[in-house]
Design a protein. Structure first.
Length: 192
């Protein structure tokens, strides 16, 4: 008897450790100081002290020398590993700054192929980022112990300087978990 295992619909999330150097993070935070007037309330982020530049300012990453090229390098790496076909252009980007008790609604990013987040400022009290299984019926099944095919969700604890790249259709959010840190700052982007 021969048994073959087929994992039919795995979803790749690429984590690039130390994507940003400490010098890059300081430069980004300095640039952000001059852009704070562009931060506003956004429906995807809940909380009194949560702001985003989404929809008002999308060229932030182009102000940091070479950041766009580094993002595209790893987006192409993701494309090679996953099979997703990307043109290799950044569609848009934005900054999210969250204070205590903020959270991120479950959402996905339409009209793009890949999405990503770069953790600029965070610590052990910063809220995690949850990714949700695209199979809507996985929660109805009886699971002895979670494995690749049966996770309802998976969470990443943000690490300062790290970047995550994932398919834009993959729903993500904070699973109602509140941020406990001051000034959790992340750059998000979409790649087409």
């Amino acid at each position: 008897m021969l048994i073959e295992e087929h994992k039919l619909f795995p979803t790749l999330v690429l984590q690039i450790k130390k994507f940003l150097s400490d010098d890059d993070r300081v430069k980004i935070l300095d640039i952000l100081k001059n852009k704070e007037s562009l931060l506003h309330k956004h429906g995807a982020i809940k909380g009194e002290s949560a702001f985003s530049s989404y929809g008002q300012y999308s060229d932030f990453i182009f102000e940091v020398k070479g950041l766009d090229k580094k993002i595209l390098k790893y987006s192409k790496e993701y494309s090679t590993r996953s099979g997703f076909d990307v043109v290799g252009e950044i569609g848009n980007s934005w900054i999210n700054v969250e204070g205590k008790d903020s959270s991120l609604k479950k959402h996905s990013h339409p009209n793009s192929i890949l999405s990503g987040v770069i953790f600029v400022r965070c610590n052990h009290q910063s809220r995690p980022l949850y990714f949700y299984n695209p199979n809507p019926f996985v929660s109805y099944t009886k699971v002895r112990y979670p494995k690749d095919c049966t996770y309802e969700w998976f969470r990443f604890l943000p690490q300062q300087g790290d970047m995550l790249i994932f398919p834009s259709c993959l729903r993500h959010g904070s699973d109602e978990e509140k941020n406990l840190s001051e000034g959790r700052t992340a750059i998000s982007f979409n790649v087409i």
